[in-house]
Ligand binder design. Structure first.
Ligand SMILES: [Zn+2]
Length: 274
């Protein structure tokens, strides 16, 4: 079944100046749109000079496009390879339509990211809505999660470490990274283990400009400071320090009370001074 070509540009949000739709068909509920670039000359991917010398044509790539009125749409992209007069390089033209591996269009990729942010959407629902496999949705989720956020790359000059009981798969304590000056929680990690934290802070670009790390006396934190933040001072916060001293004093008091010799000496001492 042939579909009117005139409407397809508007329907798919494609610019007439950039793309030429060669054929549109609808088979078994799937709309397929075959297109090529409208550009006569392109910029070389190597030296950025224009060239109009077509070297060859690539095998067409089929990519899932945005759902249109509840119908699945595929774009079949015909790409050309160009020869650059200036640097002699042979390169494939960039059409800004599909992702690197080609199976989905850029617009679908953006739509998946938007859907992933929606709490009501499950992976199954996103896959069905966008006419793609669950595998693609999972891949997008992994890719989005692997992007290193700014707060991890650039830490403030003063940071503090703490933990809370969480019982995650990774351990019994979760790790909290804070900005104590601005009273902000920067991040929460499922584990406070040294290896995990080293891996985490490897992505911090300004480690050498962190000046203070405030924390308790948990030894791995001190090691993290020494290994990952060589210019920072390790500061034990008041609360943990006082508690530590009081616990130490208690231990001595209990030990002395158990010791009979000490009891007698204290008794004599008390008698003399009285
Ligand atoms: Zn070139």
């Amino acid at each position: 079944m042939e579909v009117m070509v005139v409407d397809v540009y508007i329907l798919l949000g494609l610019n007439r100046k950039e793309y030429l739709i060669m054929k549109t068909t609808k088979e078994k509920g799937v709309i397929e749109v075959e297109l090529i670039s409208n550009k006569k000359k392109v910029r070389c991917s190597n030296c950025n000079k224009f060239t109009d010398s077509v070297h060859s044509k690539l095998k067409p790539i089929r990519s899932v496009y945005l759902d249109s009125c509840g119908e699945k749409v595929n774009v079949i992209i015909h790409k050309r390879r160009f020869h650059c007069y200036n640097c002699n390089k042979i390169f494939t033209e960039e059409m800004n339509l599909n992702t690197k591996n080609g199976s989905i269009s850029n617009k679908v990729k953006i739509q998946i990211r938007k859907d992933l942010l929606d709490y009501n959407m499950t992976i199954d629902k996103i896959a069905a809505k966008n006419h793609i496999s669950k595998y693609i949705v999972r891949k997008e989720l992994e890719e989005a999660a692997s992007i290193i956020p700014d707060y991890q790359k650039n830490l403030p000059k003063v940071i503090s470490f703490d933990e809370f009981k969480a019982d995650t798969k990774a351990g019994k304590y979760a790790f909290i990274l804070n900005d104590p000056i601005h009273r902000k929680v920067l991040d929460i990690l499922p584990s406070r283990k040294k290896e995990r934290l080293i891996q985490y802070f490897t992505h911090t670009e300004n480690r050498r400009s962190v000046e203070y790390i405030i924390s308790d006396m948990y030894k791995p934190y001190l090691l993290i400071q020494q290994i990952m933040f060589p210019h920072a001072k390790y500061v034990v916060d008041k609360f943990h320090y006082t508690r530590y001293i009081l616990q130490a004093l208690d231990k001595i008091r209990i030990r002395l009370q158990k010791d009979d010799n000490v009891k007698i000496k204290m008794y004599i001492l008390a008698k003399i001074t009285m």
